[in-house]
Design a protein around this ligand. Structure first.
Ligand code: FES
Ligand code: FES
Length: 163
């Protein structure tokens, strides 16, 4: 993936086809652009692309496919935690980061993790329930097993959300 010198990572990823990276604010407020950079969920809009050079970057495209959803994605579907869907990629990437560090989070810990992921549709209760359930599905934090990682040189695959 190539990026202009001053480009932010969200813009660079979207230009490279990773349209699951959403941009819902003027920067750093809504959480829609969260991706996982070297194992940590961060807002791609606030990250200069050059700063991520050489990093391992995961976007929602690196999780499941429509036919074979990642357990966190499946849990969101099963709990009806998706309405318009715009915030969901960022929320799922935050959930993946959380569950990789804390395989059995409490409701309070889940709410703290997603407190900078803005959702104007769901009221948060269903996403919280979905993440709790996903923790059980992942059975002790095996979050990375079917998510797959991709470097920022990989081509987009398996996107579940259009722009
Ligand atoms: S677009 Fe990145 S936090 Fe809103
Ligand atoms: S589902 Fe619509 S903004 Fe979250």
């Amino acid at each position: 993936m190539e990026a202009d010198e001053e480009e932010d990572l969200a813009t660079a990823l979207r230009a490279a086809g990773y349209k699951g990276v959403k941009c819902g604010c003027d920067g750093g407020v809504c959480g829609a652009s969260k991706v996982i950079i070297d194992g940590e969920a961060r807002m791609a809009c606030g990250t200069p692309a050059r700063e991520a050079d050489g990093s391992e970057i995961e976007t929602i495209e690196n999780l499941g496919t429509q036919e074979d959803l990642h357990p966190i994605q499946q849990s969101f579907v099963d709990h009806f935690a998706v309405q318009c869907g715009f915030c969901i990629p960022g929320m799922i990437m935050e959930a993946k980061d959380l569950l990789s560090e804390n395989p059995d989070p409490s409701e309070r810990e889940i709410r703290a993790a997603i407190d900078d992921n803005v959702c104007r549709c769901t009221g948060y209760q269903k996403p919280v329930e979905a993440i709790r359930d996903a923790a059980g599905r992942l059975d002790g934090g095996a979050v990375t097993t079917d998510g797959g990682n991709a470097s920022n040189e990989d081509s987009p695959t398996g996107g579940n959300y259009s722009d």
